[in-house]
Design a protein. Structure first.
Length: 376
């Protein structure tokens, strides 16, 4: 039995990671997660068990309460206690580093120490890590490294942050985001027309950036929208996370005309819409991954090292843009992605990277399965 430590299915990045893990491991072992990750119907449809413990309660109180629940009833209702779990896979995405403070990494370090004493295997799948300048955060991550079997950093910056601690560096490897191989679902939700452009916003570009970028974000999106329109691309907005819906509505006010705003609870359905687009500009990381991994030319917004690294990986670093850039320069980049030899070269670069990532991810999964004893 493998416990999956993951955020929340309503977050499309978490949802994509969950689907990718299921696609690879289901049938090789039973998978379980905390009920907060996804509602019952979704857990049931995915064939997942429910990890039966309470995060608000400390051990050993937690174990005493859950262990007293009869095994026969647990089996009947798909409940799995900690003692029944053989391994833990952590797909937190971006949780361990200075930006989040010490609490998350301290809790994971404590859990890993307990799980390792119980003989569990522990793997951190590719995720953003660091920075680790805060000594409390760094010390807790060192304690985490004491007890995990393998840590995969998602990009070069994350790998450098993790290995800069000079601690258990042999446990740390680099592997790309592992959701790229997922196939999107083509439905009748929205079918982009030929040469149609997609805008994927992120409210954090407004409330989590500095006092120069934040106020410029909506005007920047309008300038991109206007460029797409003038080039005959009929742009629409794809809301990757529900919390970004107000940004789409504010953009609609700025352009002063109706905009198609597309949203769905399923990350695979949104991935399917993206696959049909001519060009995308994304401020969401997994929106960017869903675009590039499906060989759709893309502009990515510059506001986090994880965006910079993924655009480098797909050889698209020239198409990383900022709200502070000259609108004329951004218009030129859009034109380069629209047609001609420049567009074809970008597609060729992306295609070669997609193939490389498939091999790297397969290598990673092979190693994970060996650690978990699933390789036979």
């Amino acid at each position: 039995m493998i416990h999956l430590k993951i955020g929340n299915y309503t977050n499309k990045g978490d949802g994509l990671m969950l689907h990718a893990i299921i696609n690879r491991l289901q049938g090789k072992d039973d998978l379980t997660l905390l009920p907060k990750v996804a509602e019952y119907k979704k857990r049931a449809s995915l064939g997942l068990y429910q990890s039966f413990w309470f995060e608000s309660l400390a051990n050993p109180t937690n174990q005493v309460l859950t262990n007293t629940f009869p095994a026969k009833l647990r089996k009947k209702y798909g409940l799995v206690i900690e003692d029944e779990i053989d391994a833990v896979i952590d797909a937190s995405g971006f949780a361990y580093g200075d930006q989040w403070g010490a609490r998350k990494v301290e809790q994971m370090a404590s859990d890993c120490a307990r799980w390792k004493k119980q003989g569990k295997k522990i793997v951190l799948l590719p995720q953003s890590l660091g920075s680790f300048h805060d000594e409390k955060v760094a010390d807790s991550f060192r304690k985490l490294l004491d007890n995990v079997d393998r840590v995969f950093a998602r990009d070069r910056s994350s790998y450098e942050f993790a290995t800069s601690l000079n601690y258990h560096t042999k446990k740390i490897s680099q592997a790309p985001d592992f959701t790229g191989a997922l196939k999107g679902e083509i439905t009748d939700l929205y079918c982009p027309q030929p040469r149609q452009a997609c805008i994927i916003p992120n409210h954090r570009m407004i409330d989590s950036t500095d006092d120069k970028i934040g106020p410029r974000y909506l005007p920047f999106l309008k300038e991109c929208f206007d460029s797409f329109t003038e080039l005959g691309m009929n742009p629409f907005v794809l809301v990757h996370e529900r919390v970004d819906y107000p940004v789409a509505e504010e953009l609609q006010k700025l352009v002063e005309k109706p905009i198609d705003i597309v949203y769905d609870n399923s990350p695979l359905v949104l991935r399917g819409v993206i696959s049909q687009c001519h060009i995308v500009i994304s401020s969401r990381f997994h929106g960017l991954i869903s675009t590039l991994s499906q060989t759709v030319p893309c502009l990515g917004t510059r506001w986090s090292h994880k965006f910079e690294r993924v655009m480098e990986e797909y050889k698209c670093q020239d198409f990383l843009v900022s709200p502070l850039d000259d609108p004329k320069e951004i218009r030129t980049k859009i034109e380069q992605l629209d047609k001609g030899d420049s567009r074809q070269q970008v597609i060729n670069n992306i295609t070669s990277t997609v193939e490389d990532h498939k091999q790297l991810n397969n290598n990673m999964w092979t190693e994970v399965e060996e650690i978990l004893g699933l390789s036979n």
